[in-house]
Design a protein around this ligand. Structure first.
Ligand code: SF4
Length: 369
């Protein structure tokens, strides 16, 4: 399923109303438990090619993630949405609710907006469990009154199990890529498509795909060209192919919409407050979860060692301060460990022009061989 424009109306036909969500770690299980379908508006470059509406509201030096999701919501593409949930992450996204609200008002569109605040304080400094529990309760009340559906702990637990199953399958697929049973470009497409699919359908696709991948023979990389890919967004598909054509094996990833999203399996419970306290506190470290930044180094170190990787390719999202602030520090740490790094920057219009990176990637592959 590649085309989100055709996906969203289909949710409506199935009587599962789509709720757009951003950024990447919204309370999907909770939304789903109300009979709604959360649609994560991330990595939507294939669907959003023009940025006419977003250019009216955002400066050109805003990252492509924010520009594309603004375009999607404010243009006709977003009309099948029945709601929009946003939580706080980076400085860019913090201002988005007001910008989107104003844009919707201007165009005379009415869309219920759910603003959710995730505490970004470090759990070692302050215990924000109660604060988060209050925000979850507020969200439950607002969803109940907007959609006229009562919260059910049984349905919530079922949704929790569904999403954890998806995470488990995603981890298996990642192992398949590391073992050479599946290409990283196919894996990347599969994970991306899942964001815009009803989770029940996605689970069944993942189940089939995992069986197929596990039946494929593993391929050894005798010359040690194993790498980790890191970034807010995965490399564009054409770039994934260039990486693999250069003989590199993606032995692991630290991509926000991939491993950072599915790596941690929260404990299954029918209590949303307890579930999300665990979900956010123990989430895989990400630059967008400010309180987790101290853990990034440790996590990346462990990933590199566990996968026996010799290099890291950082896919920088142009204008994403959060990722760029961290990169020099990570680069230094990796240099000490003799892990080669390659930093590539992708801007809004670069996705179709990645051939320019081929020579650098081939040289990098030779370097780490
Ligand atoms: S974290 Fe970076 S890429 Fe993501 S929305 Fe914020 S600035 Fe953009």
């Amino acid at each position: 399923m590649r085309n989100m424009d055709s996906n969203l109306p289909r949710f409506k036909q199935q009587d599962r109303r789509p709720v757009g969500c951003f950024p990447l770690y919204p309370p999907l299980e909770l939304i789903h438990s109300f009979g709604l379908t959360p649609v994560v508006l991330w990595d939507i470059k294939e669907q959003v090619r023009k940025l006419k509406e977003s250019d009216r509201h955002l400066q050109s030096f805003t990252c492509s993630v924010a520009r594309r999701l603004t375009e999607f919501v404010l243009s006709d593409q977003g009309s099948p949405l029945d709601g929009l949930l946003m939580y706080n992450a980076c400085d860019t996204l913090r201002n988005m609710p007001e910008i989107i609200e104003r844009g919707l008002e201007e165009s005379g569109k009415a869309l219920p907006l759910f603003k959710f605040h995730v505490p970004m304080t470090s759990p070692t400094q302050i215990d924000s469990t109660e604060y988060l529990a209050d925000r979850i309760r507020e969200l439950v009340i607002k969803i109940e009154s907007t959609f006229g559906v009562k919260f059910s702990s049984e349905r919530f637990l079922a949704s929790v199990r569904l999403y954890n199953s998806i995470r488990k399958f995603s981890l298996k697929m990642e192992t398949g890529v590391a073992e050479g049973r599946m290409s990283y470009v196919d894996f990347s497409r599969l994970i991306r498509d899942g964001y815009r699919m009803p989770p029940e359908k996605y689970l069944s696709i993942l189940d089939d795909a995992t069986r197929q991948v596990e039946s494929n023979p593993a391929k050894n990389t005798s010359d040690g060209r194993k790498i980790i890919v890191s970034g807010i967004l995965p490399p564009p598909d054409a770039l994934c192919s260039i990486i693999e054509d250069a003989g590199l094996r993606v032995a692991g990833n630290d991509v926000a919409s991939q491993a950072r999203s599915y790596s941690y399996l929260p404990k299954e419970t029918d209590d949303p407050a307890a579930y999300y306290a665990d979900f956010y506190r123990n989430h895989c470290p990400c630059t967008t979860l400010l309180y987790s930044s101290d853990e990034r180094l440790k996590m990346l170190n462990a990933l590199i060692e566990d996968r026996n990787a010799r290099g890291l390719i950082f896919i920088g999202e142009k204008f994403c301060e959060y990722e760029y602030l961290e990169m020099p520090f990570l680069g230094k740490m990796l240099e000490q460990k003799k892990i080669a790094t390659l930093q590539l920057e992708i801007a809004t219009d670069d996705e179709d022009n990645v051939e320019a990176f081929r020579t650098r990637i081939e040289a990098f592959s030779e370097l780490i061989r």
